[in-house]
Design a protein around this ligand. Structure first.
Ligand SMILES: [Fe+2]
Length: 293
């Protein structure tokens, strides 16, 4: 079987102090104690922390974690990755404990983005406590989606589609090349490939259960002084109603609601606009290290 869903994100940041307010008070995730000393751990559901933020001398994406079915599937997919000439690392028991998973393997994608394939998340049976959000849409659609920079989008496409088993849901011609939106479950896209120098995380998206959650997040952004990157809008591909802000590191972070579910095989298509309406871009505030869209 192919990859199942986006499982978790591990980010390296300059300051966890700034991220604490961003993730607790704005994103509305549940802060929990976790195994990685000094890091922030956030639950969204009964899975182990979906977001782990640790201070790093080299801020950026530490790893994107994709879930696979079980030990047998991990072995099979890792075999395909190695057959494609990519070196892999088998997670040790200690490394598994830090991620609260039963097993994982790590490798770099063709652009140098660190990917971890895991199985057997260690579940929490204490109900998730989300005072700001009625709930996050996860389950068979996973944590949300990520857009990664791909230095060579065709090589990245071949890797994620040909080796890991994603399917192309749609594409978009950009001035610098073609952006691909890939799926692996009913979420319209779990992974986007952005034609720009990598490795880099362009943005990540989390989806809430109610339209009011998005409206309340807009209110919180204003109250907390979190800079807006793209105004409220609706995407042409996943039909998500969403907006984007700048994280403390200047990364785009998207909060959405109402994404389309794709059931079964669906023909791919090319879009010519990113939004049906809205998503008006605001440059990063003066002095901020904003990243390009
Ligand atoms: Fe997005």
């Amino acid at each position: 079987m192919p990859v199942l869903s986006l499982g978790y994100l591990r980010l390296g940041v300059e300051s966890t102090a700034q991220w604490k307010s961003f993730a607790d008070d704005f994103l509305g995730m549940m802060p929990v104690d976790g195994p990685l000393s000094g890091a922030l751990h956030y639950r969204m559901d009964d899975y182990p922390p979906r977001l782990v933020v640790a201070e790093s001398a080299a801020p950026g994406l530490d790893a994107v974690g994709f879930e696979v079915l079980d030990r047998s599937d991990l072995r099979e997919i890792v075999g395909r990755v190695e057959a494609a000439g990519v070196e892999t690392h088998a997670g040790s028991a200690e490394e598994c404990a830090l991620r609260q998973v039963t097993g994982f393997a790590a490798f770099d994608d063709p652009s140098g983005n660190r990917v971890e394939l895991f199985y057997g998340p260690v579940l929490s049976h204490r109900p998730v406590d989300l005072p700001h959000v009625s709930g996050f849409v996860t389950g068979d659609q996973g944590m949300g989606h990520v857009i990664l920079n791909a230095t060579d989008t065709e090589a990245a496409y071949e890797f994620y589609v040909g080796v890991l088993g994603f399917v192309e849901r749609n594409s978009l011609q950009l001035p610098g090349g073609i952006s691909y939106f890939l799926g692996c479950n009913p979420r319209q896209h779990t992974l986007g490939l952005n034609p720009a120098d990598g490795p880099a995380l362009l943005h990540f998206m989390i989806e809430t259960e109610s339209i009011d959650d998005v409206g309340k997040a807009l209110d919180r952004a204003e109250t907390l002084g979190i800079p807006m990157m793209q105004s409220l809008g609706k995407h042409t591909n996943d039909r998500m109603l969403s907006f984007y802000v700048y994280s403390p590191e200047g990364h785009a972070t998207e909060i959405g609601w109402g994404g389309e579910r794709i059931e079964g095989a669906a023909p791919t298509y090319r879009i010519t606009e990113g939004a049906i309406w809205g998503h008006r871009y605001t440059p990063p505030p003066a002095g901020a290290k904003g990243l390009p869209r």
